[in-house]
Design a binder for this molecule. Structure first.
Ligand SMILES: Cc1cc2nc3c(=O)[nH]c(=O)nc-3n(C[C@H](O)[C@H](O)[C@H](O)COP(=O)(O)OP(=O)(O)OC[C@H]3O[C@@H](n4cnc5c(N)ncnc54)[C@H](O)[C@@H]3O)c2cc1C
Ligand code: SF4
Length: 517
């Protein structure tokens, strides 16, 4: 291949897809390399069995844990990346997340930039991804220079009841920010039909604000944008000085191809971006590309999460359940000196999904089948920040495979958050006198393979000795290499990461436009 592109972007998810979108009207020649294909639009998109039980949309990759035991990571190789399956809860990090925070297991470090630096990009990202929300309800939220572009998605009756109960109990529930194309004022014309198969499923009617639908598809057909699917980047080559990436090596249809670009932006997801850099070791970069600091692959984070199904006697008829959030425990409280995290809802359980997630669930409620259990459950998602620990890391072996070493942090905070949720349930019709038999919760800690929120393997910073990227997300050691996905996070906060990746891609895109003139 002889053509030289102005920019080559590797990966088309939240980071890469958004970067391509924001650069497209610069007129620069852009090549977007995506190892997956378009996710097929088919009835199975909305069927829990193929999605949750059979893992139809999960990659066939094999990764290895710290003991060398293999596992299948829940990663998704499609145009749009993980956003094709995401729950589209599009939160900003809180202003305090950009500062150093003391946690039970250690320190969450400060970012080199502040919330104010990111704020305009958050607003732009919310506009692009059509976020529905209600600024001002959540007291931990930072200032917004623009209101949410869409009104918050309304609560269905059971969720409204829960929200009212919480407010009465002195909590401050809020409408969670959602990236779905729902027009409640004009339902007949709404792209989104408000269904129960959203979180963790692809959207069959293309109404989820994912990176494929929002960012990549609008670019197809533009003369200056080329998308190559089925194009897995295996290695980056540099010139003799080691300062410039000169070749992007791709495996496509069993062939080796090499592409050239003035600027190369790696956005393959936190683990795979580290993999590409580590597998690009050379004489000039013996520990992997851009890895003189030995930080590439380190500080892997993916949140300390719990999915909780709380059962009450009363059925929960909610269809779209992700409308509620609680951040009363996001930072330290008067009763506990450390942050605990965020509480939000997950997609409504159904029997098939429960079967896929945890076959032994029926155990807990022998009188109920999975159908009854799912019908009565109210489903919560608890997120506690995990810390960037250098030993929690991605490495690769001689065959280039990903090895993930990870030890959990902040379990004490996560357990405290769970205790707080139990108290909360007393205000929401799931107290002892309301629940089936007794206060009854089933919790599922998320295993290593559930790497949905992976981040942090190439953190940005001002010191090349302790960070991989500078504050523009350019590798300290190279002149034309950027990393623009969740890899750049120096810490992860306790809210979902995608909006921050999108906002950052817009920010870096602005820098690149200025750089390219
Ligand atoms: C089930 C699920 C639910 C989620 N829910 C939420 C949510 O509600 N809110 C939220 O904020 N976040 C959510 N997330 C997380 C969110 O989707 C990710 O944080 C976000 O997509 C990360 O963006 P990224 O650009 O880092 O990676 P990705 O979006 O994963 O993009 C990486 C892309 O790179 C491609 N790629 C990988 N390796 C290569 C290679 N070697 N060559 C070429 N291409 C490559 C991949 O195919 C992929 O398209 C969820 C994730 C999952 C899986
Ligand atoms: S709720 Fe809306 S966006 Fe989500 S899957 Fe259903 S139709 Fe698509």
């Amino acid at each position: 291949m002889t053509e030289n592109y102005d920019v080559i972007i590797i990966g088309s998810g939240a980071g890469g897809g958004t970067l391509a979108y924001t650069l497209a009207d610069s007129g620069k020649n852009i090549l977007l390399l995506e190892r997956g294909d378009f996710l097929p639009r088919e009835l199975e998109n909305w069927d829990a069995k193929p999605v949750f039980v059979e893992g139809k949309y999960i990659s066939k990759d094999t990764w290895f844990d710290r003991d060398g035991k293999q596992f299948q990571p829940q990663v998704h190789y499609f145009v749009g990346g993980a956003t094709k399956l995401y729950g589209a809860a599009l939160y900003r990090l809180r202003p305090g997340d950009f500062d150093e925070i003391k946690h039970a297991s250690g320190i969450s470090p400060a970012w080199p930039l502040s919330y104010d630096d990111f704020e305009p990009w958050y607003s732009k990202a919310e506009r692009l991804y059509q976020v529905h929300g209600n600024a001002g309800e959540d007291p931990t939220e930072g200032p917004h220079s623009e209101p949410y572009p869409w009104p918050a998605v309304s609560h269905e009756p059971r969720l409204q009841q829960i929200s009212d109960g919480l407010a009465k109990g002195g909590y401050r529930p809020f409408h969670a920010p959602c990236g779905i194309m729902l027009n409640e004022a004009d339902r007949p014309r709404s792209t989104c039909i408000r269904c129960a198969t959203c979180d963790g499923y692809p959207c069959m009617v293309h109404a989820k604000a994912d990176a494929d639908i929002i960012a990549v598809r609008p670019l197809l057909g533009r003369p200056n944008v080329t998308l190559l699917t089925g194009a897995e980047v295996t290695r980056l080559e540099t010139d003799d000085s080691g300062r410039t990436v000169t070749g992007v090596v791709v495996s496509r249809d069993g062939n080796r191809e090499v592409y050239r670009g003035d600027i190369v932006a790696v956005s393959a997801g936190a683990a795979n971006s580290a993999k590409i850099l580590l597998n690009s070791a050379s004489d000039k970069h013996p520990n992997g590309l851009a890895n003189g600091s030995d930080q590439v692959g380190r500080n892997y984070m993916f949140h300390n999460c719990k999915a909780i199904a709380a059962l009450s006697k009363e059925p929960n008829d909610t269809v779209y359940q992700k409308t509620l959030g609680i951040n009363d425990f996001y930072f330290a409280t008067k009763d506990y000196e450390y942050p605990m995290g965020n509480i939000q809802m997950v997609g409504k359980s159904n029997a098939e999904a429960m079967r896929g997630e945890q076959p032994q669930l029926t155990w807990f409620a022998p009188e109920w089948g999975l159908d009854d259990t799912a019908k009565h459950s109210v489903d919560w998602w608890l997120t506690t920040e995990d810390l960037p620990v250098p030993e929690n890391r991605v490495t690769t072996d001689k065959d280039g495979n990903v090895h993930l070493t990870y030890a959990v942090t902040n379990n004490e905070e996560a357990d405290r958050l769970y205790e707080e949720l139990k108290k909360i349930l007393n205000h929401t019709g799931m107290a002892a006198h309301h629940v089936f038999r007794k206060n009854f919760y089933m919790d599922m800690a998320i295993p290593l393979a559930g790497c949905a929120h992976q981040a942090g393997t190439c953190r940005f910073g001002t010191d090349p000795a302790t960070s991989v990227l500078d504050t523009d997300c350019k590798a300290h050691e190279l002149d034309n290499l950027y990393v623009v996905d969740t890899s750049f996070f120096p810490s992860i906060g306790a809210v979902n990461p995608a909006l921050t990746a999108m906002a950052n891609a817009l920010r870096v895109g602005d820098h690149l436009r200025q750089r390219m003139g």
